[in-house]
Design a protein around this ligand. Structure first.
Ligand code: ADP
Length: 496
């Protein structure tokens, strides 16, 4: 069993469904735990804090908005209704230990309020004293049960709490004594109800979480399972596959990547098959010629002419260059090719090469024109750069149009402070479609079907050109338009 296969049996692997159920369950437990803590454990504390805050807030508003005995009643009325708080306001006058308390306003909101019973001036004085000794405010708490013990003994012990907040507000002539009262009712029954509710909610939430996890995981895993099925087919060499990513962005992205990969793989496969056909065809053609001619020369008298021998030599040379090209490309691919750079007159080298090459081609009616701004020197591997120029010119001659003209142009330009020489090989031939343009640099790539093209080349020339220029760190490219011709170009740094 391979390592990859072992992964499927790995005990640390979980299905998407299992993971989602676990995640939903953990989330539900977390939500319930938070609800539980807030609704049962902390409920009483939160309730008390809010109620006491209300008292404090009312007292603050009265102090801010009603600093006089005349206005205190109106403000207290509004607050009592809004916060369900009983408010009584007294004006305290008099000197020394004997004070007079005059009732200014009174609001009865809570039924068991304590401050309504502050009828005795002793009690009022007591509250006043406590507040003034305590910096102007005083909080008094008493259980409701203790209030009604005796006469109203029917109240239970845990009947709740009465909270009285006393606030002293100094005015110009006197002092305002504000009494605020609220009831803190026992929450036991509420907590009990909430607990039962929470139990029911827990059950519902758990069921919903498991159902949602099952639905979501099924939806999510369906396209993944289908894609993995298609990928297995692809692994077996079946390129007729279609990856459907469902309707999740991520799975759709994955499916489109896989579809692209399948398309590229099928193209690669086709190219490989073409390559075998091309190479065997290319090797067979000269071999058949050589075999045919040599047999004829051996068997037929008078056939061993210099012309026939030349054909055998030419075919042998063609075979050699083909094999050399293949070797060279594999060397570039293997990264073993090294450059031997020297400084040379690039313009001069092209000029002399073209003189020789041009003469050969002129016989077939080709015109090869060379245009250059001025002579430039570069530092590069002269032999390899010449190979680039040769390959490009050969292609241009092979694919040029009716006018049989090829132009080689050298222009000097300054790019980012560096002088560079742009070399262009221009033809007016069939051109290359936008679709094929990026692929022509790949080895064994031929735009047209190989039967028609087999005599022209092996599909290795531009791959060699690309590798040489990449080794030189040179920019290169091609501009082409179908029916109008191509312009293959590369740039080298000038070295003065
Ligand atoms: P080949 O030996 O087939 O010419 P190359 O690698 O040199 O191989 O070129 C790859 C393919 O690019 C060619 O088969 C041809 O279709 C296309 N090509 C190259 N140069 C030109 C050009 N000047 N005009 C049109 N097509 C070209």
């Amino acid at each position: 069993m391979t390592r990859k296969n072992k992964r499927y049996g790995d005990e640390h692997l979980f299905s998407l469904r299992g993971r989602m159920i676990a995640a939903f369950a953990v989330f539900t437990v977390l939500v319930l735990a938070i609800l539980w803590v807030f609704q049962t454990v902390l409920l009483d504390d939160i309730y008390r804090t809010l109620k006491l805050n209300d008292l404090q807030k009312c007292a603050d508003v009265i102090e801010r908005d009603a600093g006089t005995p005349e206005t205190v009643g109106t403000v207290a009325d509004g607050l009592a209704k809004k916060y369900t708080v009983c408010i009584s306001a007294y004006e305290i006058t008099g000197n020394g230990p004997y004070k007079n308390g005059r009732l200014l306003s009174e609001n009865h909101v809570n039924s068991f309020c304590f401050i309504h019973n502050v009828s005795s001036s002793d009690l009022l004085n007591q509250l006043y004293r406590n507040a003034s000794q305590n910096g102007g405010e005083y909080l008094h708490r008493m259980s409701l049960a203790s209030m009604f013990r005796g006469g109203h003994g029917e109240r239970k012990e845990d009947a709740g709490e009465n909270v009285i907040y006393v606030k002293l507000i100094p005015t110009e002539k006197s002092e305002l004594l504000i009494l605020l009262n609220t009831e803190l009712l026992p929450l036991d029954s509420t907590v009990g109800t909430l607990r039962v509710q929470l139990l029911i909610i827990s059950g519902i939430l758990f069921a919903a979480a498991v159902a949602m996890a099952l639905i979501f995981s099924a939806r999510l895993s369906k396209p993944i399972r289908e894609m993995s099925g298609e990928a297995s087919k692809l692994a077996l060499g079946n390129y007729n596959v279609n990856f459907d990513g469902g309707n999740c962005t991520e799975t759709v992205m994955l499916s489109s990547t896989l579809n692209r990969a399948a398309y590229e793989l099928s193209k690669l496969d086709k190219m490989q098959k073409d390559l075998i056909a091309n190479v065997s065809h290319d090797l067979r053609t000269p071999l058949t010629m050589i075999a045919g001619y040599t047999e004829a020369m051996r068997d037929l008298p008078g056939e061993a002419t210099p012309e026939n021998m030349q054909i055998v030599i030419d075919e042998t040379n063609r075979l050699t260059s083909l094999v050399n090209d293949m070797l060279e490309v594999s060397r570039y691919q293997g990264g073993t090719q090294v450059l031997h750079p020297t400084r040379f007159n690039f313009t001069e080298v092209i000029r002399t090469t073209l003189e020789r090459y041009g003469k050969l081609r002129e016989k077939d009616g080709y015109t090869i024109r060379f245009e250059a701004d001025r002579d430039v020197f570069v530092e590069a591997d002269e032999g390899r750069i010449l190979q680039v120029v040769y390959n490009l010119i050969n292609n241009a001659v092979n694919y040029t149009g009716e006018d049989k003209t090829v132009v080689i142009r050298q222009t000097v330009r300054n790019e980012g402070g560096t002088d560079k020489v742009l070399t262009e090989v221009i033809d007016t031939g069939i051109g290359i479609s936008d679709e094929d343009l990026p692929l022509v640099w790949e080895r064994y790539y031929k735009v047209n079907d190989f039967h028609k093209r087999a005599n022209m080349g092996t599909g290795l020339g531009l791959s060699i050109v690309k590798n040489i220029l990449l080794l030189h760190g040179a920019e290169f490219g091609v501009n082409s338009k179908v029916g109008h011709g191509s312009n293959f170009w590369f740039k080298l740094k000038i070295c003065e």
